[in-house]
Design a protein around this ligand. Sequence first.
Ligand code: G6P
Length: 612
Amino acid sequence: MCGIVGYIGEQNAYPIIINGLKKLEYRGYDSAGVAINNLKNINVYKKKGKVSDLEAFTKGKDISGTIGMGHTRWATHGVPNDVNAHPHTSMNGKFVIIHNGIIENFAVLKKKLVARNYTFKSETDTEVLADLIEYIYLFGKVNAETAVRLALNKVIGAYGLVVMCTDEPDKLICARNSSPLVIGYGDNEYFIASDATPFVQYTKKAVYLDNQNLAVITRDSVTVKTIKNDVINPDIQQIDFDSDEAEKGGYRDYMLKEIYEQPKSILETIRGRVYENENAIKLGGLLDVMPKLLNARRIIIIGCGTSWHAGLVGEYLIEEYARIPVEVEYASEFRYRNPILTQDDVVIAISQSGETADTLAAIQLAKAAKACVIGICNVVGSSISRETDAGVYTHAGPEIGVASTKAFSTQVTVLAMIALLLGKCKYMIGQQQYHQLLTELLSIPEKIEHTLQSAAKVEEVAKLYKDSRNFLYLGRGCYYPVALEGALKLKEISYIHAEGYPAAEMKHGPIALIDDKMPVVVIATQDKGYEKIVNNIQEIKARKGKIIAIVSEGDTVISKMADHVLEVPKFDTAIGAITTIVPLQLLSYYIAIMRGCNVDQPRNLAKSVTVE
Ligand code: G6P
């Protein structure tokens, strides 16, 4: 949550910062602000609302300078308004700071500063940090870097931050603990950002700061240290995506683009990993932990939001094909409930961003219990990918829309590969069945492509139900988590209340909600739960519910019962479950658009939740 950008070099900082902030708006859009340093003054402008509101506000103002920083906020401490917007300036004006994270002991620090006659303009924890740095600087008579370092030693909490000092105007100081920060290395210019998208058009060389590290950046040097003052030789990495991957590419929104990108993204996920001719799956990132995985007493999958839903599909696939017991937990619950963990457990942490605070904390807990921890992440170099013992990247490409789409389908693809790999190694799947499963896995991109061609039909259905106040989503087996994910998509972007339920459980409550105004989306493809789901559809029909059924192509039974059918290609195994999410993503997308909602930036949400 919150996106930060910094620049120091020879170009005008303002446009680089503003464009960078636009790319980071997925992290929060409650307010935005910049500080631009022209070596005489640091001009600070900040505004409630989006980066575009800030841009309008700065029209005609002095935005000159080749050093700058900017922030787009997802509010934690203090309501979204101009005053609580970042950057924050210390009481005597010596320091300006932007911050992503939460200073947990801010109240204690604030009390101490109040006792030293400090007063505060905002309600934020960040202003307290700005004042703490200034207090140490003025009264300790130290330089800016030392003041930042000493202040950070007093801080408990998460931070990705950039600091400017009016007395040392030709540098930026940045630091990280739990909130991500990347430094881009250009020619005589450096960039700082929460992820690499703001600067990838300028440079592909980057250093991902580690926890409790700090960097002092001038026009011609970067010095990285720990907050204990040990100098570090940073590992400069090559970023492997292009700037146009993070653009809309002719689509109306990122979300629509990302829905349509799924065939390509899944191809990237399986590229170099599935070998049909050799009848093999190879996951290089898991080689070292294969003995652990094959001997696991159980696998615990953790994640949040959509990643948790992908985990539920994974549970189904791993138990079905590898016969290893799996439990799926919300990371936020797992971390606080003193779970029983041993070194015979394998924990799989799923996270698109690789930065979700609860998932990171749950990983640390699992590692402390000596469990082997595997990551399934999309963002390369993210905190979770570095914190885990081994992992598999989804390679979905940047996902910018706040509502996750291609991340889900690629996460499920990775889980399917893990399930099949383990199933084969444990001799749970015969050669012939394995070959059939691999063929199905490889056919998913093409089948999703085919499903996307029915978008116009989904749009027609959306038109009929866009004003509904409630939706029910039902599925059985591995389609139950797909129902949960479909309901989540609708809630997130259209603000319609939606519930996902296991179809048979409907009788134990939700059936009471069904009347002739209630749209019920049922995933009813032809596989082993088919007959049961047909019965569930009858039960809804008897209560006059409006049925939108996701069916296998050519299904003639359900098309007679349902009010609307949306077809997906036929699969013979659960491997194809991913395909059924596509019409649900499109349905929520069209409904949200017809209701005039901003699908890429739904209210109150953020893509990367780096606070608990
Ligand atoms: C937020 C996002 C969701 C995402 C969840 C978990 O709530 O809005 O789209 O599923 O975080 O994020 P992660 O990056 O860990 O997958």
